[in-house]
Design a protein. Sequence first.
Length: 250
Amino acid sequence: MQPLAESLLALALMLAGAGAGTALRRALPDHHLDENAKDIVRLGAALVATITALVLGLLINSSYNSFEAQRTDVRQIAADVILLDTVLENYGTAARPTRLALRQAIAGLIDQVWHGQEPRDGAPPLGSASHALYNSISGLQAATPLQLTLKEQGLVTAIRLAQTRLALFEWSRARLPQPILYVVVFWLTALFVSFCLFTPLNPTSMVALLLVALCGAAALYLILDMQQPFTGLMRVSPVALEKALPALSG
């Protein structure tokens, strides 16, 4: 389920909780809604609200840190790609096929991570592209000490690039554990039940409940959307990779 759909479902559950609280207030006998019961419910609601706020804050912080880490990985990949292409360009014309393989590997990375699809025509699968790139660099025949140095630097950069790419690919499949989401939504729904258990609703209070529910759903949306940094609304842009390598001429 997409973050927006999950957030709207949470919003509906919170509002349903408010409706359930209103129905309970009307159905329960008066002695079940005395001052003692009101104190217990309010104290319990305060405890649940505090726990929920702490968990939501931790989840938002964790999701943001994860989002920033993946954005940093993309920048690192773009920097390594530019460095590797520069090294191969300085190596000479013998490295031209390797530079082409590098461009195919980046095209496959963008297709699989950002678009969740098979690489475009002419681009091999992601793992095969990385393997072919490494083999292509390894197969370069160094004729001068400079070429040998450039070849070694190219191999080091290619290995670092593959490591970062694998981490990025695994991050792209990571998701928030569903039990955490279910528990938080349950807490929020229980809070809305308590809001309406003792207080009759009027237009002002209904608008206030709606706004509070929207705020809770928005917090969940931020958490869920940042957990999908390559497909969500707040996604990590692939522009750095798309513009890292110009097309080879000639």
